[in-house]
Design a protein around this ligand. Sequence first.
Ligand code: FE2
Ligand code: FE2
Length: 264
Amino acid sequence: MEEYLNKGIKEIINKYPEIEKILDEHGIGCAPCNVGTCLLKDIVEIHNLSPDDEQELMAGIAGIIYPDREINIPKRKRTAQASGEIKYSPPMKKLVDEHVLIKRVLALIPAVINTIDIDSEAERRLVIEVVDFIRSFADKYHHAKEEEILFKYFDENLDILKVIHEDHENARGHVKAVLEAVDNRDKNTVVNHLNAYKELLTEHIKKEDEILYPWMDRNLSTHDVGELYYKFNAADLQFENVPEKYEIFVNSLEDKFTLKEIIK
Ligand SMILES: [Fe+2]
Ligand SMILES: [Fe+2]
């Protein structure tokens, strides 16, 4: 069985097509998924199956691969959940992880504001680079996954989603205002809108991490969770090296301000 646990699910389905039916019975739609790179051992993790469901699914799969043998199903190690810790499904965890990079930039906004010299081209460029991160990573890459994929699984007229949409729109408004103010060399407006953006996004991320995503996880079916994970990965493919590029940018921004602190 160990040998198959480390094989891609597509490869296993190709060899044993009956396994597709067993996966379907557990709400796991691997056959229509075009990625198919998930290993069999990861399928239960990705789809958040309960220990009982996991054992039943694995026993069914083992029965097809080894019809004449009694197979011992290895128990997967589950990471213990600390009390108060929120357990996210894999697609939701992906969004929470993306928040971490956004929060690192939010934490640097006061330092950017403190050193800003609106008459210096290099300082204006720095603000424009921060805005580029917000637009390309926080908005296009991250918010697009939320708005164009995740929220479609819910009634978008729900108050909770209206609030989240409104936050996204207000954030876009602050970003637009920062860029206009940079063009006009209006330092006060740049500072006000960067501060407002920081405050808004800090609360927004808290709302999503602590309320919205856990609520969504409770209301998504096992099938939805798997489908979401596939759709997120497919969407990410269109962004190529965006996460790596902006991780490098955030590292360099942190280095720059740490260095400034040391020199001071
Ligand atoms: Fe959001
Ligand atoms: Fe978010």
